[in-house]
Write a protein that binds this ligand. Sequence first.
Ligand code: BGC
Length: 719
Amino acid sequence: MKLKFLKSLLPLVILFTKVNLTAQEKINDKTEPKIQAIIKQLTLEEKIALLHANSIFGTAGVTRLNIPGLMTDDGPLGVREDVKEGWGSANLTTDSATFFPNGSALAATWNPELSYRYGHDLGEEARARKKYIILAPAFNISRTPLCGRTYEYLSEDPFLNARLAVQSVKGIQSQHIAACVKHFALNNQEIERGRVSVEVDERTMREIYLPAFKASITEGNAWTIMSAYNKIRGVYCSENDYLLNKILKGEWGFKGIVISDWGGTHSTVNAANNGLDVEMGSQPPYENYYFANPLLKAVNEGKVSIKTIDEKVHRILWVMYHTSMSENPPAGKMNTEEHSKTVYDIATESIVLLKNEQQLLPLNISTVKSIAVIGDNATRTFHLGGFGAGVKAKYEITALAGLQNRLGKSIDIKFAQGYSGVYKRAGKTEMYEGEKADSNMINQAVALAKTTDIAILFIGGNREYESESRDRKDLSLPFGEQALVDAVTAANPKTIVVVVGGAPYDIGQIKKQNSTIVWSWYNGSENGNALADVLTGKINPSGKFPFTFPVAINQSPAHAFNAYPGDSVVTYKEGLLVGYRWYDTKKIAPLYPFGYGLSYTSFTYSALQTGKKNYKPGETITATIKITNTGNYAGKETVQLYISKPGSQVARADKELKAFKKLMINKGSTVEVKLEIPVQDLAYYDTKNSKWVVEPGQYKLLAGTSSGDIKETGTITIE
Ligand code: BGC
């Protein structure tokens, strides 16, 4: 009797001893009875209809029960325009949207608050357009700088990645719109993405490639996730029991929907039983999809249980109750001034000052009377282009238009194109290369540059050159740009080079020979205004690179191991040593380190102190550091705090980013910054026991302005 009583208490005991509930496990679901009631009323056919596409971005609902279909749309650059079958524009007049800066631009701000605002505004626009699932944010780790989607993704570092991703998700979902975090997981190259199998060791997967996904679910509470095209350890992500059932739904307690990437489903029974919930794609006939008639058949044959189908339907209804069927939904908004301001703030904070040796910047408006603006990227827009998702931008200010807006009245601005940014496919490979230099265009540019006080040269990539579904062939500047830079710099020594791109390029020659270099991105609707305000000093640049720039591609870890792009298998031989973890551990000097970026002012670091010297598991390490603005302008600095574990029992990178903070400091002022690291964040993943372990002993704290420039160090001990 007693035993029986105790046994009946067991579930309660388990319930209350599970600490650290994730965001989704904490939810007190009022909608549960409604969901159960609907599931009871649905026929099997109606349930199946909910599980697959019936148009490029949508699924069927159940009209009989007033259940709407799911309506999704891309992201991440903004809410994509409506398309008809075959991807052509639906030619509506109501689907122009705000174009937000690309992912690596957002990451270069190192500003989680801006990431939230990005998500919030994107969510507002999605709601106005009745797209209840936005296919964003995208944050696969930059394993190789050549990956064609580097511009869409955030960073090479799992911590920066996670901090920004969580905020974007929270922002989007504040509008009762589901974020669809993508691409889960290890979709780190575009070459052969639909076929390649990633071989990665468990620790590397857990410590480098999964943290931002995990944080998006357990902390950000993302309601949907997109399975990636590739395989992991021989199994497609869309039918990967380990990834979807064990890790995502099991360990992380994910209650939402796993949506396949478009056309990324490869089976009925395996996919259904191994964790995929909704099959999307863009090729009709939709009734033949794995999750349409074949799924009905599989259920009738007993290969997929009704329980499994009901569980998927439950997930879909759960997401609908948070989105399309939510209580008190906010009113959506399109193209507002606030959205433009968000774009502007991200864009201005993302721009990275690389070199300013002649102090040409900020531009001295009182002495500069004429400017030669040169380069295709000065007049090119970036909201559309290439294979991937874009936005029909309501407007986009080009760099030239921005300079004219801000300076046109007082300064004579002339333009020469310099190169043609049109490129063509190279040979049979999936990789593309730029076309050669055009000597006529170069001559015109040189002639113009000779006549003006300064030249501002816009080069780099564009949205055709950096694209989904292909990788770049190498790091070289496309379109013969180097020849243009050389010629214009020779003609006018006061040349400012602005490189526009979403991924690292080989700018080694420019770094050597040019005095003034600025990095900009595919910076959204306000691109040109933001850039002009940074060049004139209205805004002091504060962007920092979210990835390492190699001197040459074979320096980059995946390439150093000859472990890219693989054929049917790509083995991540560099393991944990991705990005700066590799360069720092192997003492290789890159072209620009992770976290690099200058300001018009200068900062000094002093007095790194920790709250105490000894910490126990479960506690939070606090570190304070003083930053002084020693230059002539107010400006923002991002303090980066890395840790290092000398004599670790397991292999570890030389250092790992664990905290950062961006703050404004007035000229002449000193600010004390407080950074926190939960002791748990020092853990490594112990593969033998499948758990996170914090090694006791001494750790070094390294505070710096980039991974390559550590200013202050300290030590703490974990008991
Ligand atoms: C991309 C996804 C995108 C989907 C729908 C796929 O090719 O990988 O990121 O959301 O298409 O456009």
